[in-house]
Design a protein around this ligand. Structure first.
Ligand code: DGJ
Length: 729
């Protein structure tokens, strides 16, 4: 009798405890417009029950059922906030481990959570999860940039088992979404064909975006993508998530439409050939997966990500930038001191801020006269530059411009003194034939001595030439035959390589915090926020044909701000100089051409264009971007930048089609203006001797420009048109 009463009492207690738990423990992570709700269930497992626009009443997250379209079989498994493998989960895991005793199971239960305010706009929520059987722990981190609706999510894994634990998979983030359908916009590409988009509905099963290239990891597929919910979002409509992994190496993103028709997203380092052996009490911190969400389409989402990148990620995102004259396409490896001194004078004549000396300035025993030799030997080539870099820096100073330099410090040509001296610093299989990408091999950055060497390349350049004003950091090969003479555990190489790279860049930025640096990887083979944290800008593609660049720059703009996009006017295409320049102006303008070969009018145009650009570049660099007309669907592409107080906009319009009668037939509606303000619209950057059909005294209200719009009169005779829209007070 007593026993029965006790059981009844206990079960009533347990039930009410369960109910209290089920009701009480919802962790809500909110930004300005959005929210994530995580539910800690009675069994202490934690699932994601809400992701989207935040609820008006914060208390109502409690009322959300534990998983929409719930089924008992799957409860608490499919929506796990960090899915462990080998216990009750049979779907794609976020984490998979082999414990010290060889057991492959993991269960993660909620222990605690806390939220710290890191600044007015930034908070950090951390949630500690532990295995009830093994001394194994994962902490999930959600760093929220409230104003921008951006979240960076990562995890920290550690254990206190008797011996090492092997991490087989170790994702940064595991998210769970509930919608009627899911649309993925993904990218693929290759050299000179970066950021080719494809958008399609996700079907049941797992879609994987990944890279196994080691370095230059996003040559074929970048770690940036867009998911739309219910239907493919447009610029201004639809629910959409923009995501990108902040990691410059192998990545893996799993998108799994599960048996309940919900979407599981798992993003992290690619576990491919990378089982990581973790010592007791050692911490494994995954890179951050950054994402933003909007229920107002891809345009709003990308403006949020761009703002966040300027405010919190790229170096000096709210500062100015330098316009460049580069010599890669104008000389390739064929230059000497006299030629370069003339190019420095041309830099001044043209009006750009920096002369950037590209590849080919180094190597003596094996001169760098083509891409076969010299990489690794970072001493000035005495035949080409008898007076050294110092002389060129001084020449630049004397001409009132800055001097910048190209390096590719992570790489080595087999034909080099470096390779002869330190074959053990090179990634290659000891017993296999060497295999090259662009005739070169990758240095083993997992080795601290190699890290010191790479740091020293830049440090020496800066120490000898304190006036050095710009660096282009290139990375042209992938990792073949992955093997390190330094690593004790070969499975650590891919990860330790990237950590080694970041270690070098951390040291460089500690010593040289503000020097402008361009992130280049044979074009855009390495455009990710893990690397961009150290750079002021990136090189989107070696393809500088303006028509191709419109598409490439357009697609990068979903994830990265215009201030970081290096766009150079070159002779790659025969398009008129105005078209080439106007296309380059939609980001950070630069040139790479033989200035002395420009005819008088083209030169005059370029000189004026640079001054015009300097007049409005603040809006392009720091303003909000609106994609008005897509090049994929129209005869023309149109893109607008608007400063933050809405007093000035710049609108770039480019003809895409060369079909008969292609052009702007209708007015283009601008976006984001203040409806009540009056704006003067005028065409700028005209080619000398041409007149605009757009009157330069036309004033319109913001309301008119956004509802009716303005026709930039783009046609075969006016293939690009830039409009400046200024508030009239
Ligand atoms: C690849 C880069 O993308 C080019 O701009 C140029 O710097 C070459 N490397 C130099 O080798």
């Amino acid at each position: 009798m007593l026993k029965k009463a006790l059981i009844l009492f206990l079960s009533a207690f347990l039930l009410s405890e369960t109910q209290v738990m089920a009701q009480a423990k919802v962790i809500t992570i909110e930004s300005q417009h959005n929210a994530i709700a995580l539910q800690v269930r009675a069994d202490k497992r934690i699932g994601m029950i809400y992701f989207g626009t935040k609820l008006a009443n914060r208390d109502e997250y409690q009322k959300i059922p534990s998983a929409r379209r719930q089924s008992d079989d799957y409860s608490g498994v499919l929506n796990s906030a960090y899915t462990p493998a080998g216990s009750r989960n049979l779907v794609e895991p976020a984490i998979e481990v082999t414990h010290a005793d060889g057991n492959n199971s993991l269960d993660l239960q909620y222990v605690s959570d806390q939220t710290q305010q890191l600044g007015r706009n930034v908070s950090l929520t951390s949630i500690v999860l532990k295995d009830p059987v093994y001394a194994f722990q994962v902490t999930l981190f959600y760093k929220v940039y409230a104003d921008d609706d951006v979240v960076e999510q990562w995890s920290v894994i550690k254990h206190n088992e008797k011996k090492n634990v092997t991490l087989q998979k170790f994702a940064s983030a595991n998210l769970y979404f509930s919608a009627n359908s899911y649309w993925l916009k993904q990218y693929h590409g290759d050299w000179a064909r970066e950021m080719q988009p494809q958008e399609s509905e996700l079907t049941a099963g797992i879609k994987v975006l990944d890279s196994k290239l080691g370095t230059r990891a996003d040559l074929y597929q970048p770690p940036s993508f867009i998911v739309s919910f219910d239907q493919a979002a447009t610029e201004d409509e639809g629910k959409v998530l923009l995501g990108s992994l902040e990691w410059s190496g192998n990545f893996k993103i799993d998108l799994e439409v599960d048996p309940l028709k919900n979407l599981r997203l798992i993003a992290g380092i690619n576990p491919y050939a990378s089982a990581y052996s973790l010592k007791p009490n050692e911490e494994f911190k995954t890179p951050a997966f950054v994402y933003t969400y909007s229920d107002h389409g891809k345009g709003d989402a990308s403006r949020k990500l761009q703002r966040w990148a300027r405010d919190f990620k790229i170096v000096d995102g709210n500062g100015p930038r330098l316009t460049i004259l580069n010599n890669w396409e104008s000389t390739y490896f064929d230059f000497n001191e006299t030629k370069l001194a003339a190019l420095i004078k041309d830099t001044k004549k043209l009006g750009t801020d920096v002369f950037l000396l590209d590849d080919g300035w180094f190597g003596n025993k094996y001169p760098r006269n083509n891409d076969n030799a010299g990489l690794g030997d970072w001493q000035e080539n005495k035949a080409k530059l008898p007076s050294g870099i110092g002389y060129l820096v001084k020449e630049a100073q004397a001409n009132g411009v800055k001097f910048g330099i190209w390096v590719e410090p992570e790489m080595v040509n087999p034909k080099s003194e470096l390779y002869e001296k330190h074959p053990d610093w090179v990634i290659k299989q000891p017993n296999r034939e060497e295999y090259y990408f662009r005739n070169q091999l990758v240095l083993d950055l997992s080795n601290p001595k190699v890290q010191d060497f790479v740091f020293g390349i830049l440090d020496n350049l800066f120490t000898k030439n304190p006036q050095l004003g710009f660096v282009k950091w290139d990375c042209n090969s992938v990792i073949y035959n992955a093997y390190s003479a330094y690593e004790k555990n070969q499975s650590h190489l891919y990860i330790d390589y990237v950590k080694g790279l970041y270690n070098i860049l951390d040291r460089l930025r500690a010593k040289y915090p503000k020097v402008p640096m361009m992130l280049c990887s044979g074009g855009g083979g390495r455009v990710d926020y893990g690397a961009l944290k150290y750079f002021t800008e990136y090189w989107p593609s070696d393809d500088t044909d303006p028509l191709e660049r419109i598409f490439i720059q357009w697609e990068y703009s979903f994830f990265f701000p215009a201030i970081a996009s290096d766009n150079h006017v070159t002779d790659w295409s025969k398009a008129p100089i105005k078209f080439r320049t106007d296309v380059a102006m939609m980001g950070k303008l630069g040139f790479d051409m033989i200035v002395s070969k420009l005819n008088e009018k083209d030169l005059q145009f370029c000189q004026q264009a640079i001054q015009t650009y300097k007049g409005f570049s603040d809006v392009v660099w720091h303003g909000d971007q609106y994609r008005l007309l897509s090049p994929w669907k129209n005869d023309l592409a149109s893109i607008q930048y608007l400063n933050l107080d809405k007093s000035k906009a710049i609108v770039f319009n480019y003809l895409i089609s060369n079909r008969y009668d292609a052009g702007s037939k209708l007015p283009i509606q601008l976006k984001g203006l203040d409806a009540n303000k009056n704006y003067l619209v005028k065409e700028v950057n005209l080619y000398p001797g041409t007149k605009s059909p757009i009157p330069n005294n036309a004033v319109f209200t913001g309301d008119f420009l956004m509802r009716v719009g303005i026709n930039p009169v783009v046609n075969a005779g006016r293939a690009s048109v830039i409009l400046e829209v200024d508030e009239v007070r």
